[in-house]
Write a new protein. Structure first.
Length: 212
C-alpha cells in the first residue's frame, strides 16, 4: 500500500521542516465472508450481556495516545507476535461461526478504555469493567497501563449470559477473561485492581467530547 512516511514538523522559530521516516511496507489482506449474517458490529446488543477481553495486555505504551497526551514517547512499542496471536484469532473465528458472540471490537489506538467507550457510543448503553480481571503479562501492571496500553492481538467481545459456558470452552487455555457486563444506564464504570471505582462517566458526555 505504501512505501513512504512523510510529514512536516514545527521548528523552534515557527518554521516547518519536512521529515521522512524509514521506508515502510504495508500489506492489505482480503478474505471471503461466506455468510454475511455472521459479521459482527461493535455495539453491544442487550443490557445484561457479558463483556470479555480476549488477548493479553502488556506494558506496551511506546508511541501511544496516552503517552502523547502526557508529553511522553515511551520505550515499549507494541509488538506483533503471530505465533501467540494465531490460536486466539482462530478461537474467535470459531466462536463467531458458532453464533456465540453478540458484538466484537478490536483494541487498538488508545487502548481498552477508549475502545470500551467507542462500543458504548454505538449502543447508547453503558458498561461495567473490572481491571483486576483483564488478562495481563505482568501481575502488578498499573491501572493506567491496563486502560491505555496498545498491546496488539486483543478484542472486546460481548455475549449473552446463556452462551457463557460454550464461549469459555472455545477459549479454554487461551488469554480470555470475563471483565464486566453491559448496563442499560449510559455510564462507563471502571473498577481498579483494588476494587475501587476508578472511572464513572456519562457515555453521552464522553461521546460529545470525542466528537468535538
Amino acid at each position: 500500500d505504501s512505501m513512504y512516511v512523510d510529514g512536516r514538523l514545527p521548528g523552534d522559530f515557527g518554521e516547518r521542516h519536512k521529515v521522512s521516516g524509514l521506508p515502510t511496507m504495508q500489506f492489505t489482506a482480503t478474505g471471503v465472508v461466506p455468510d454475511l449474517s455472521q459479521c459482527l458490529t461493535l455495539e453491544p446488543k442487550m443490557a445484561g450481556d457479558l463483556v470479555y477481553v480476549i488477548g493479553t495486555t502488556g506494558n506496551e505504551l511506546g508511541g501511544s495516545e496516552y503517552y502523547e497526551l502526557l508529553g511522553y514517547v515511551g520505550l515499549n512499542v507494541p509488538k506483533v507476535r503471530p505465533s501467540e496471536f494465531r490460536p486466539v484469532y482462530q478461537a474467535l473465528e470459531r466462536a463467531i461461526a458458532l453464533g456465540l458472540t453478540a458484538s466484537c471490537h478490536g483494541i487498538y489506538r488508545g487502548g481498552l478504555g477508549v475502545h470500551a467507550a467507542l462500543m458504548s457510543f454505538g449502543s447508547g448503553m453503558g458498561m461495567r469493567l473490572d481491571l483486576q480481571a483483564v488478562p495481563t503479562q505482568e501481575d502488578d501492571l498499573p491501572n493506567d497501563r491496563i486502560l491505555f496500553s496498545e498491546s496488539c492481538g486483543r478484542f472486546i467481545v460481548t455475549i449473552a449470559p446463556s452462551e457463557k459456558s460454550r464461549f469459555e470452552t472455545v477459549f479454554n487455555g487461551l488469554p480470555c477473561a470475563l471483565v464486566g457486563e453491559i448496563i442499560q444506564e449510559p455510564r462507563l464504570i471502571v473498577r481498579d485492581r483494588a476494587g475501587n471505582i476508578l472511572l464513572d462517566a456519562d457515555v453521552r458526555s464522553l461521546k460529545h467530547h470525542w466528537q468535538s
